[in-house]
Design a protein around this ligand. Structure first.
Ligand code: FMN
Length: 325
């Protein structure tokens, strides 16, 4: 399949794996890229720019296909060494960067001078238009159903994607709730040029996370995610567990007086405990409503091949069949 995204990124299938904290290691990114999509290493999971440089080189040992790096810009008192991470990306010869969080404008000149395609992840049409205006090459549009940070507008993809298509000139990926061939065809029908998946890629053989995490996603239904940290305007969609229920009790009790320090036990340092140790009650970790559509743990190649096969069958069989009937 050829779309503006496959052409721009030089990939076979219009499928991207979004950056995921403590999931997006070189093994994950290489598996997705080798399967014809584009895999993404999560920059900030690497403790230092040198670690990121090593992870990029490790990924290159496992694939000769294009892969990218996610750079998430978070407001923080002591920001990570962003100039160092950007340098590691440029010197590592990476040609695709997924930015997320704050406006990436400060980093665009350095990235673009080095021929890097920048895909900014946004949760609203106004942020997507801003990304287009500052010179991003594409955007990834994350609907309310997505795992991670859906923003504060709560617009689901059935509205958000066609709205993005009405306004944007640059290509965009549909993100949030995407799982299979049906998702891809629907995303394309609503004007997207491909799809980005997070949660679905965690439940794959190659995802470098504890088996408990994969099983938790397979076991979960679409009713099992919760929104947390809304009153801090840092809303995150997470899979429910004992730690999350505790967090929600604190949110109810403290209301608008809640401060980050009140919930630090349920949100700080949780990712390694979940992803590496499989301690599934440790606290809040991002997971999409799409868990309800995930029933197996395939290889990335089987997953992507199946998506493309099903998409073709839906288009050529079901849809054209309806027109021709
Ligand atoms: C466990 C997990 C960790 C994530 N970490 C990040 C991150 O560090 N930076 C980021 O930009 N997005 C992050 N995301 C969001 C994904 O890149 C992607 O946008 C989202 O998962 C899409 O929704 P889906 O899960 O319904 O496919 C994370 C998602 C998950 C599930």
């Amino acid at each position: 399949m050829k779309t503006r995204i496959t052409e721009m990124l030089g990939i076979e299938h219009p499928i991207m794996q979004g950056g995921m904290h403590f999931v997006g290691f070189a093994e994950m990114a290489a598996a997705v890229s080798n399967a014809g999509g584009v895999g993404i290493i999560t920059g900030l999971t690497q403790r230092t720019p040198d670690d990121l440089a090593r992870e990029i080189s490790h990924c290159r040992d496992m694939t000769d296909k294009p892969f990218g790096v996610n750079l998430t810009f978070l407001p923080s008192v002591t920001p990570p060494d962003y100039p160092g991470y950007v340098k590691a990306i440029i010197e590592g010869g990476v040609k695709i960067v997924e930015t997320a969080g704050n406006n990436p404008v400060k980093w665009l000149p350095a990235l673009k001078e080095n021929g890097i395609k920048v895909i900014h992840k946004c949760t609203s049409v106004r942020h997507a238009l801003k990304a287009e205006a500052i010179g991003c090459d594409a955007v990834s549009v994350d609907g309310f159903e997505c795992g991670g940070h859906p923003g504060e507008d709560d617009v689901p993809n059935f509205i958000l994607l066609p709205r993005a298509a009405e306004e944007l000139k640059i290509p965009f990926l549909a993100s949030g709730g995407m799982a299979d061939g049906r998702s891809l065809v629907a995303a394309l029908a609503m004007g997207a040029d491909g799809m980005n998946m997070g949660t679905r890629f965690i439940a794959t053989k190659e995802a470098p996370v504890h088996e408990n995490v994969k099983q938790a996603i397979v076991n979960a239904s679409e009713l099992d995610t919760r929104l947390v940290m809304r009153s801090l305007r840092n809303t995150e969609r997470v899979l429910t567990n004992a730690g999350v229920e505790r967090l929600i009790e604190k949110e109810k009790a403290l209301g608008s007086a809640l401060k980050f320090e009140d919930i630090i036990a349920e949100v700080a340092g949780v990712y390694p405990r979940i992803m590496k140790d499989g301690d599934m009650d440790a606290g809040a970790w991002s997971c999409g409503m799409v868990a309800g559509l995930i029933h197996d743990i395939p290889t990335c190649k089987d997953l992507i091949d199946g998506i493309m096969r099903d998409a073709e069958q839906i288009i050529r069989g079901r849809l054209v069949g309806m027109l021709d009937a």
